[in-house]
Ligand binder design. Sequence first.
Ligand SMILES: O=C[C@H](O)[C@H](O)[C@H](O)COP(=O)(O)O
Length: 232
Amino acid sequence: MKGRNKKTSDSGKESAGVAAAGLVEDGMIIGLGTGSTTAYAISEVGKRINEEELDVQAVVTSYQSEMLAIDAGIPLTSLSEHPELDLDIDGADQVDFELNAIKGGGAAHTKEKVVACSSKQFIAVIDESKLSDKLNHSVPVEVLPYSRNLVLQNMQNMGAEPEIRQAVHKDGPVITDNGNLIIDADFDVIENPNNLASELSAIPGIVEHGIFTGMIDEIYMGKKDGTFDKFK
Ligand SMILES: O=C[C@H](O)[C@H](O)[C@H](O)COP(=O)(O)O
């Protein structure tokens, strides 16, 4: 299987994901993010639950993490049953040294943000390629299909180059797990992520944008040699 539904063979992603899975303790209710790095964490959490007979339940953030968690034998629960989580493990597309992040490369950032904000501890798992002095990755934005032209126009007025994300193995746009569209907006270097986040949140029709500020507690950054650094 190709693409984001499958773990890629990347030792940096693997070491970060496996290390973060080591934070899971017996009795915890955890959040499971989406993406190729989190996939390693999900697999390791499942292995630990099985081998150490841990009593752990998870809330997922996408169909991808749901399918991976079921495959790994992780019991699932929901935010309705457990509105407060002990630990959330999730990837990121780019992170700066102040722990601001851009997420949503897999179109899952809306649920990922809800789960991150519902968790006492949010650990981001990345490889070295994701760390940047300043955020300059395009910002994924989930929008109601009805509002797409209004949102595109607002983003152009903000100086961005927005594009509706196109599907790869389907004709037409990506449809998110929530039935919406994704606009990827290139704002060049983002000098003030908090300001941009507020401006985007104010546009009618935007369900959620992929800028995460003040949410990450610690980064686990895997390296090519199979080791990892952590910083907060
Ligand atoms: O929507 C997807 C998520 O925000 C992912 O966590 C993010 O795109 C990073 O994914 P990956 O670990 O595959 O690079």
